[in-house]
Ligand binder design. Structure first.
Ligand SMILES: [Zn+2]
Ligand SMILES: [Zn+2]
Length: 644
């Protein structure tokens, strides 16, 4: 008999060779009915797997995310089966489950279009209605090779060759379609009650731009039909918040093919919001002891050789000049660090001078892959609230604490503190080639950061092996409306670059010592933060961030003079106000201002003109009654008081 430890800690005895499904049935009939896949000693597998040694066993149902993943991935196989039925010459790539859905990559002999997806959906529907089990077939390596050769599945042959020796090789069969896959899958395709193919894109084989571009088809799949209806409703809601759409509707930014991908043009409304954010953060940083620098947007390759970017990050940089032909070549900067370090090196620093905190609103350039470009979140040029704190090793904790305090302050000011979470990226001690610095430096610095996180009671997830090449870091993460995770802020400790740049200070004993550096952002990349704010507020920004805070209009052209003088008064008192004296009905003007998400509409009629007042409405449609113009100005000032 074999001992099987279950999720709840219970241990049961089973016959050797019993399948997971049989064990599920021993536990309860209900579980056997609900089960879709399992984890044996942490390794995911199917219900048909036989248990032949003592183990831990977790049985998953569709209530578990792992069960849902198996369902979504199985839908990927159904997609592949449908594609092969319609396009027999299509070659199969990879087809994993992803967060919220699945995809499958194909190499079509003639490219297909988005319009073809409905035809594939109809075939998938037919396959699912026909139903049937997902059968696992174990094959020898030679046999697997013969099957894939016969089918001319060139990508699958590559995948087969990458399966480590000694590992089992499995195929899965749905009706007459067989596919090389490690599994697990749900036992029966009839459990897929609803699905939809959502989009079609290009994707390089193995994610490498040197390889062939395949066609990636994305989809979603559910075990309840109502979940698909909910999904469609949510997608419609999401589209209303998408920064790419609202950003264009509200004239915040646009793009133009003449300029290029990843190079958005920030329009007056967007530029105003960025200016507000910049003034806000630069004032706050000044209060916190930062010193402003202004450094060049590019530098010689020699500089990046010292910083290590040339060897670690060259592919991500825009290089100006020809390495072979030119005596001097330059690169647009991907970050500000080396420039600020050279400022630090002007003059001798004593231990009493530290910490020194530099900040700069820096335009940076990174050569992202064209496939990764997206609105204001993935760009080739962007602006970062970038700063470096140069401190003594004994000041690391205090300085890191101050950095996190500023981040926390900014997140609250932007109203997004409840939509972000922290990730602590550490090194991977088994992959020393990836990192500068020694083991001790990594361990001590990680410990220091951990202390700060714990003292501030910050909830965080740990990411082993995700650190940059020069130190551990904290990322502040958020999700866009589509659920995609993005980093908005980073604070990174660096115990290595000071030495590379020969940045020193004179310590208490009169000896030269290397400082520690913290690379950090406070409001992040302005464009990306703007994108996040657009999605958070669906364009209805808080008053302090609204590019136009109010628009003033008369009931008829008789009030034009009054509107003009009120407009000047409000504007001269520092409120961002616009006037609308077009010969249009006031109702039309209000509707238009509401669509532009302007917080306040100020309406002047005969009575208001006689009394020196205005009638106020909000973009939400509330009527705030009549107010003296000075009172309105004071109200706006009050709403913006804490932000700069
Ligand atoms: Zn599979
Ligand atoms: Zn830096």
């Amino acid at each position: 008999m074999i001992k099987v430890s279950l999720k709840d800690g219970k241990i049961i005895q089973v016959e050797s060779g019993a399948t997971v499904l049989q064990v599920a049935a021993m536990i309860s009939e209900g579980l056997a009915r609900m089960a879709v896949c399992a984890g044996i000693n942490g390794k995911l597998t199917d219900l048909s797997t036989k248990i032949i040694a003592d183990c831990t066993l977790h049985i998953y149902t569709l209530k578990d995310e792992i069960g849902q993943q198996a369902l979504r991935h199985t839908a990927g196989h159904v997609l592949a089966a449908a594609v092969k039925n319609i396009y027999p010459t299509a070659k199969l790539g990879i087809g994993p489950a992803i967060e919220g859905g699945f995809f499958y990559d194909f190499d079509f002999s003639t490219p297909i279009k988005a319009e073809d997806l409905s035809k594939i959906e109809a075939e998938m529907d037919r396959i699912i209605k026909l139903g049937g089990q997902v059968e696992k077939k174990e094959k020898s390596r030679a046999e697997a090779g013969r099957i894939l050769d016969a089918a001319r599945e060139v990508y699958k042959i590559e995948m087969l060759n990458e399966i480590p020796r000694g590992e089992k090789i499995t195929f899965y069969k749905i009706q007459n379609f067989i596919d090389l896959c490690a599994g697990p899958h749900i036992p029966d395709i009839s459990r897929i009650k609803a699905f939809k193919l959502t989009k079609i894109t290009g994707a390089y084989w193995k994610g490498d731009a040197k390889n062939k571009m395949l066609t990636r088809i994305y989809g979603v799949a559910f075990d309840k039909a109502s979940d698909l209806a909910d999904y469609i409703t949510t997608q419609e809601e999401i589209r209303k918040r998408d920064h790419n759409k609202i950003g264009r509707d509200l004239e915040i930014f646009c793009t133009h093919e003449l300029v290029g991908q990843g190079l958005p043009l920030i329009m007056p409304n967007g530029a105003k919001i960025i200016q507000i954010l910049q003034q806000f953060i630069e004032r706050e940083e000044e209060r916190r002891g930062y010193l402003l620098t202004r450094t060049p947007s590019f530098g010689k390759s020699d500089l990046y050789k010292v910083s290590g970017h040339w060897s670690h990050y060259k592919d991500g940089m825009f290089i100006m000049g020809n390495e072979v032909l030119d005596e001097e070549i330059f690169a647009l900067r991907p970050m500000t660090c080396p420039f600020q370090f050279l400022i630090y090196k002007q003059g001798i620093k004593s231990y009493r001078d530290l910490p020194i905190k530099y900040n700069e609103t820096a335009t940076l350039f990174r050569n992202e892959n064209s496939g990764e470009m997206h609105g204001l979140t993935r760009m080739r040029q962007f602006t970062l609230s970038e700063g470096h704190i140069i401190c003594r090793p004994d000041q690391v904790q205090q300085c890191f604490d101050e950095v996190l305090d500023l981040i926390n302050y900014v997140m609250h000011a932007l109203g997004i503190s409840d939509q972000v979470w922290y990730r602590f990226s550490k090194w991977d001690p088994h992959n020393k080639n990836k990192y500068i610095g020694n083991k001790k430096a990594w361990e001590i610095s990680q410990e220091e950061i951990l202390k700060v996180l714990k003292r501030r009671k910050i909830k965080f997830e740990e990411a082993d092996g995700d650190a940059a090449f020069y130190g551990p870091k904290i990322d502040v993460q958020t999700r866009n409306v589509y659920g995609k995770e993005d980093t908005i802020l980073t604070a990174q400790l660096d115990f290595a670059l000071a030495e590379r740049f020969d940045m020193t200070y004179i310590d208490e004993n009169g000896a030269k010592a290397y400082p520690f550096i913290i690379h950090r952002t406070s409001v992040g990349c302005y464009e990306r933060t703007l994108a996040m704010l657009i999605e958070k507020y669906a364009g209805a920004f808080p008053v302090w961030l609204s590019p136009t805070q109010a628009v003033i209009m008369g009931i008829s052209n008789k009030q034009d003079k009054y509107v003009e003088s009120a407009y000047r008064f409000i504007r001269d008192n520092g409120v961002r106000v616009a006037k609308d004296i077009r010969n249009e009905k006031v109702g039309y003007k209000i509707r238009e201002a509401t669509l532009k998400k302007i917080p306040y509409m100020l309406v002047a009629g005969e009575r208001e003109q006689a009394e020196g007042t205005i009638s106020i409405r909000t973009r939400e449609g509330a009527d705030l009654g009549v107010m003296k113009i000075e009172e309105f100005v004071a109200k706006i000032k009050e709403q913006c008081r804490n932000f700069g």
